[in-house]
Design a protein around this ligand. Structure first.
Ligand code: HXC
Length: 260
């Protein structure tokens, strides 16, 4: 049997997905992206899972980019038709409503950095390295590297990374606003799962609503975003979990969310 390209593991209410091509530094090809899409959709449909964590196997890489060996001879039509370039983001955007945390444990380069940026939050280990080195290969980022990176870290740094191909370490990525937190290498994934478990203890529909509102900030004007947030805030008052959360606070006890 061939090795699984994406390992899928349930840890309580957290779904842990691991890109699993360690010998190729988890380089991304059509097959691994299809496997990742399928695994994400399976967790999305699993009501027991509230938060998803995505990481890379081995201790060197989250993903060192699109698979250069697979791509090198592609024609214009091959790249045009390739499913994962357009298709994967469509899946993430329209079908994955649960929060996805990228646990970046090493190189996140090219498509690997872009994949991390498609997630809702990036947590990096101290050994993480981010970059968009496509310029060195005679091409440019194709999965959002010029767009999401610029929104995340601003034009000056994005231009620097995209035009020089240099890598950014975890400390610089944190101070630039690309990553939410940096954690030690030791027990890195377990520590990210702990953070995810903390989130997963909250109401699943409210987590999804909150994620959707933050993401809307990148797609709308401020006025539209504020209106959208207000409507979703109103909607939380239709949930039993809002009643439970506030009752628990008033009664000085832990809430028991029912995810409804
Ligand atoms: C295919 C890759 C790969 C990649 C590493 N490998 N990155 N294979 N595609 N993107 C393979 C190597 O060929 C090698 O296998 C093994 O992984 C280990 O890599 P080494 O280079 O020996 O390791 P090291 O010297 O430690 O260097 C690590 C590295 C380097 C700095 C990460 O591998 C590197 O620069 N990789 C390419 C990074 C990159 O350019 N990414 C952007 C890709 S373009 P073998 O069998 O040869 O020993 C892209 C465009 C996306 O992502 C656009 C949308 C689709």
């Amino acid at each position: 049997m061939s090795e699984q390209l994406v390992l899928s593991e349930k840890r309580g209410k957290v779904g842990l997905l691991t890109l699993n091509r360690p010998k190729a530094l988890n380089a991304l090809n059509n097959e691994i992206m299809q496997a990742l899409s399928d695994a994400l959709l399976a967790f999305e449909q699993d009501e027991g899972i509230h938060v998803i964590v995505l990481t890379g196997s081995g201790d060197k890489a989250f993903a060192a980019g699109a698979d250069i060996k697979a791509m090198q001879s592609w024609s214009y039509m091959d790249v045009y038709k390739s499913d994962y370039i357009g298709g994967f983001w469509e899946t993430m955007k329209t079908s994955i409503r649960k929060p996805v945390i990228a646990a970046v444990n090493g190189f996140a380069l090219g498509g690997g950095c872009e994949l991390a940026m498609m997630c809702d939050m990036i947590i990096a280990s101290e050994s993480a390295k981010f970059g968009q080195p496509e310029i060195k290969l005679g091409t440019i980022p194709g999965l959002g590297g010029t767009q999401r990176l610029t929104r995340a870290i601003g034009k000056a740094k994005a231009m620097d990374l995209v035009l020089t191909g240099r890598f950014m370490d975890a400390a610089e990525a944190e101070s630039s606003g690309l990553v939410a937190r940096v954690l030690p290498v030791e027990n890195f994934v377990d520590e990210v799962v702990k953070i995810a478990e903390g989130m997963a203890a909250f109401s699943s529909p409210v987590l999804m609503m909150a994620k959707q509102c933050v993401n809307a900030a990148l797609e709308t004007t401020l006025e539209q975003g504020l209106q959208y947030e207000r409507r979703v805030f109103h909607a939380t008052f239709a949930l039993e979990d809002q009643k439970e959360g506030m009752a628990a606070f008033v009664e000085k006890r832990a809430p028991n969310f029912k995810n409804m």
